[in-house]
Design a protein around this ligand. Structure first.
Ligand code: GLN
Length: 328
């Protein structure tokens, strides 16, 4: 009897502390100082302009769904959204076209190949795959309805601004550098066209795709963007319903299965929180109904995910006892 009683008291005690009284600032500070001197990883250089970023930059912002903001590090440092922008374009496509049409035209597969495929071991699919890999993200831009190119860019950039509750700006140097070095994305687009999995003009689409990747954010702005996803699609800061609450699980499912590239399965296994990474060194992570994190540091591991940002998010998830597969 005694043996049973003690652990019960203990576990109720811990649950109560985490549910009602988490010291988020202390946890964010600890995550920051623990990995500040972790110098593993390499700053991306396949886009020449990205290679110029300082490898010591490191910032974390956590925002709870009641609008409280907790930060540590270089929170004013700006960096381009890169692949994180794909989430918000996919949000627009879901809002415009609905879950079924996005599934049919973009897909939601993490590998896109059969369970026993030999090829899957060696290579990723060439068709759209899902909205978070380059092929699916470029196709997503082509799928978004607008009157013309200017109109489409306004729609996409205003959507980013609404998510961030800020007027974000385009990093011209990164945009030009990416436009000059995007031959690979041009090839992907040609392949999509040949597979009839592309829904717009090639040059316009690639231009807009590259622009959305080159929009600058700080971790505070990025955490505000991610907090919309933690709050059922409604901005805590401007009250706008940016994505129908029913479509939020569709978006988060894509982050869970593909947000950390070909490390997504291991990430979910180890951390259990949907996340989306970008090659500039930013990562967002979302605990639905609780909080969102944006972490940033340029050096990347071999999968292309920021070393310090991953460690920080992992630390915070553990310290706050959050894992979407655990019911407490
Ligand atoms: N703009 C980059 C590209 O298309 C985005 C890649 C990324 O962030 N993983 O290659």
């Amino acid at each position: 009897m005694r043996k049973l009683y003690l652990p019960l008291v203990l576990s109720f005690g811990i649950t109560a502390v985490y549910a009602d009284n988490v010291n988020y600032q202390k946890i964010v500070d600890q995550a920051y100082s623990k990995y500040k001197n972790d110098n593993r990883g390499k700053v991306a250089d396949y886009i020449p302009e990205l290679a110029k970023y300082n490898k010591n930059l490191y910032a974390i912002t956590l925002i709870t769904v009641d609008g409280k903001v907790y930060s540590a590090g270089n929170v004013k440092a700006k960096f381009p959204l890169e692949s994180i922008s794909k989430i918000f374009a996919l949000s627009l496509a879901l809002q415009q076209h609905g879950a079924d049409e996005v599934l049919e035209k973009i897909g939601s597969e993490a590998t896109g190949l059969p369970f026993n495929s030999i090829t899957a071991i060696e290579q990723q699919p060439t068709k759209t795959g899902n909205g978070l890999v380059n092929a699916g993200a470029i196709a997503t831009i082509s799928l978004i309805n607008a009157e013309g190119m200017d109109d489409k860019w306004n729609l996409i950039s205003n959507n980013l601004n609404d998510y961030a509750n800020a007027k974000l700006s385009l990093n011209q140097d990164v945009y030009k550098s990416e436009m000059d070095s995007n031959q690979h994305n041009q090839a992907i687009t040609q392949l999509l066209i040949s597979h009839k999995s592309f829904y717009g003009d090639m040059n316009e689409t690639l231009d807009i795709y590259t622009r959305e990747c080159s929009v600058d954010v700080s971790t505070i702005e990025l955490a505000q963007m991610a907090s919309v996803l933690a709050n059922n699609g409604k901005s805590i800061f401007n009250g706008k319903q940016l994505l129908n609450a029913k479509l939020i699980p569709k978006l988060l499912s894509q982050m869970a299965t593909a947000g950390m590239y070909d490390y997504s399965g291991t990430w979910m296994y180890n951390v259990g929180i949907p996340a989306k990474s970008g090659v500039s060194g930013g990562i967002i992570a979302v605990v639905p109904g609780k909080y969102a994190i944006a972490a940033y540091s340029p050096p990347l591991d071999s999968y292309g995910n920021s070393v310090r940002a991953q460690e920080a998010i992992k630390y915070i998830a553990k310290a706050t006892d959050e894992n979407i597969f655990n019911t407490k």
